[in-house]
Design a protein around this ligand. Structure first.
Ligand SMILES: [Zn+2]
Length: 304
C-alpha cells in the first residue's frame, strides 16, 4: 500500500482532472511542539518517532511547518487557497513575519502562474498567516495582489473578525491577528473584490466550501471532486501530523477547544484509509497526503 502510494508521486498533484500546486512561502522548524500543542505528551511522539522524526519534529523538538498556498487548477478556474504571511506586513510581535521579503511570487511563477491568472482567492480562515498575500504594498497603500480575483470570505468568519477588530480599535486595545484584518482583508473589501459567502459556497461544480468551525468560528474546508476522486483543503484543522498521534490535541491558536476536537476527529474519520487527498495549511514536504492506519496507529503519508 505505502509503496504504491509513493510510486504514485506526481507533480502537480492530481485530483481527477484537477491539478494542485503548492506555493511555498517558508518551510522549516517553526516552534516548540509543546508550545504549538499545549499538553502534548512527548512520550507519544517518541513512540511514533519512526515516521515523525526528523521530518515533522526536529531533534530539538520543534514542529517542522510549511507556510504555503495551494492553487487548484480546474481548467475553468484557478483558485488560490490561503495566502500565507505576505511581504512588508507590520508584525512586530512575530519576528519571523515582520516586514518580510519572501520569494512567494517567484514560487507562484514556478507553478506557471502570475497574479492576474488567479480567479478566486479562498481563505479557509482569517488568521494572519492565511491572508497575507491577499494584499501587497504599492506606493504606501495595501492593494489586492491578485487583480482579477474574487476573494471569497465566509460570512461567519468575516463577521467574527470584523467585530473583534472594530471592538479593539474602539477600545484602543491590541487588534487581533497582528492587525491582519486591517492590512490584508479590509483593503480587499474597499477595492470591491471581496465576496462574503455562505459556508456552502460552490465555486463551480465539484468545488465547494463546507463549514468546519472550531479552529476559528468560520473555518471552512474546500472540498473538490473530479472523476470520482476527492480532495479536501482543510486549513488549520490539523496543524501538524503530530495531531494524528492524538486527535484531541488542539493548537494554542484554536478558538473553541471542544468544537476544534470534534471537527478534527470528524475530518480524520472521513479521510483515514480512503483515497481522499488532504491538503493542509502547514504540513511540510508534500503538496498533500493521506491518513493511513498502521500497526501503531494513524500516520501521514505525503503525496506530491
Ligand atoms: Zn495557519
Amino acid at each position: 500500500m505505502i509503496e504504491q502510494l509513493f510510486g504514485a508521486r506526481m507533480s502537480p498533484l492530481k485530483i481527477g482532472d484537477f491539478d494542485v500546486h503548492r506555493v511555498i512561502e517558508t518551510e522549516g522548524p517553526f516552534a516548540p511542539v509543546s508550545m504549538l500543542l499545549p499538553g502534548v505528551d512527548m512520550a507519544r511522539i517518541e513512540a511514533q518517532a519512526h515516521w515523525l522524526r526528523p521530518q515533522f519534529v526536529s531533534a530539538d523538538n520543534l514542529a517542522v511547518m510549511s507556510f504555503h498556498s495551494h492553487v487548484l487548477r480546474t481548467g475553468r478556474h484557478n483558485v488560490l487557497i490561503d495566502a500565507c504571511v505576505g511581504n512588508d506586513k507590520e508584525r512586530p510581535l512575530r519576528a519571523s513575519w515582520h516586514r518580510q521579503q519572501f520569494g512567494y511570487m517567484h514560487a507562484l511563477a514556478q507553478a506557471g502562474l502570475q497574479p492576474q491568472d488567479i480567479d478566486f482567492v479562498c481563505c479557509t480562515h482569517l488568521h494572519a498567516d492565511h491572508v497575507g498575500w491577499n494584499t501587497q504594498l504599492r506606493d504606501g497603500h495595501w492593494v489586492p495582489t491578485f487583480p482579477k480575483a474574487r476573494y471569497v470570505f465566509g460570512k461567519t468568519e468575516y463577521t467574527h473578525w470584523e467585530a473583534a477588530h472594530r471592538q479593539a480599535v474602539a477600545e484602543g486595545a491590541a487588534v487581533p491577528n497582528h492587525g491582519s484584518f486591517a492590512d490584508s482583508v479590509l483593503p480587499v473589501m474597499d477595492a470591491g473584490q471581496a465576496e462574503l459567502v455562505n459556508e456552502d459556497f460552490e465555486f463551480e461544480e465539484g468545488v465547494a466550501l463546507q463549514h468546519a468551525p472550531g479552529h476559528t468560528p468560520g473555518t471552512c474546508c474546500l472540498h473538490v471532486h473530479s472523476r470520482g476522486q476527492h480532495g479536501i483543503f482543510s486549513g488549520d484543522i490539523l496543524h501538524t501530523p503530530v495531531q494524528l498521534v492524538d486527535t484531541r490535541l488542539n493548537s494554542r491558536f484554536c478558538h473553541d477547544p471542544a468544537q476544534a476536537v470534534a471537527t478534527r476527529q470528524r475530518l480524520v474519520e472521513t479521510v483515514a484509509d480512503t483515497s481522499t487527498l488532504l491538503m493542509t495549511g502547514h504540513f511540510p514536504h508534500s503538496t498533500g497526503g493521506r491518513v493511513v492506519s498502521t500497526d501503531s496507529g494513524l500516520a501521514w503519508l505525503g503525496v506530491s
